[in-house]
Design a protein around this ligand. Structure first.
Ligand code: PEP
Length: 250
């Protein structure tokens, strides 16, 4: 089944100013982008609405996180209902920085995923192993455990609005990209797990993107892998080379 190539830019807590963000938008607005690729950029929450207004309409915006309730006494949080009301179509959930620094468990990430889907949002669901886990040959096991929490909540429900981002923690922000073999194998393992516990049609149709030190220099080769359906890009999404990454299939 043909899966639309997807490239997401995760700005994290960068850049420092609104002006920098608008400069990035200008680069993208003026670039020639592959119309076959879905492009989503994810600024800090404060900039979602101004960036949505400044960016060309064929690029979508994503929140970097949301909470699992619609409203209430949850200081500092943003709800899926609020994102939906602001017409923000995507949210990134379960990023390794959220899991590690903010102690989000796979169960919390799964509940957030359910809450976001219930409000009509699409979810970029991040999973991935640490270096220690890879060295212990536990990559598939760790990814499956992280996904299982979502499977337990979503069951055979609607997976069409989920993009899975396989992001090995050791590759994020380190300049150490997974080899094509490592990325392809991890994606195949994720697909076959989903086939087993959800359905073969979900496994075939779901997009599994790779994240971890993707750059203009390595994106072409990774984009040719049969089970790599795109990228989640951190550092390089803040630079003009993001355009080359978006166009890696061209
Ligand atoms: C990320 O934070 O999702 C990421 C992949 O970062 P980087 O591209 O900088 O490794």
């Amino acid at each position: 089944m043909a899966r639309q190539f997807f490239v997401g830019g995760n700005f994290k807590m960068n850049p420092a100013t609104q002006a920098d963000k608008l400069a990035l938008a200008k680069v993208l607005n003026e670039a020639e982008l592959d119309p076959a690729t879905e492009v989503v950029i994810s600024p800090p929450a404060l900039y979602l609405i101004p960036l949505k207004e400044a960016i060309r309409k064929d690029i979508k915006v994503a929140a970097q996180n949301c909470y699992l309730k619609d409203s209430g006494a949850f200081t500092g949080e943003i709800s899926p209902a609020q994102l939906a009301d602001a017409q923000i179509p995507y949210v990134i959930l379960g990023h390794s920085e959220r899991r590690t620094i903010f102690h989000e468990t796979s169960e919390i990430v799964a509940q957030k995923t359910r809450a976001a889907l219930d409000k009509g949002l699409s979810v970029i669901l991040c999973i991935g192993e640490t270096l220690k886990e890879r060295e212990a040959e536990e990559t598939a096991k760790v990814c499956q455990a992280q996904l299982k929490a979502a499977v337990d909540v979503l069951k055979e429900g609607d997976w069409s609005k989920i993009v899975i981002a396989y992001e090995p923690v050791w590759a994020i922000g380190t300049g150490k990209v997974a080899t094509p073999q490592q990325a392809q194998q991890a994606h195949v393992d994720i697909r076959s797990y989903l086939s087993k516990v959800v359905s073969s049609s979900v496994a075939d149709s779901i997009r599994i993107i790779y994240g971890g030190s993707v750059s203009a220099a390595n994106c072409k080769e990774l984009s040719t892998l049969p089970d790599v359906d795109g990228f989640l890009v951190g550092g390089a999404s803040l630079k003009p080379e993001f355009v080359q990454i978006v166009n890696s299939k061209k």
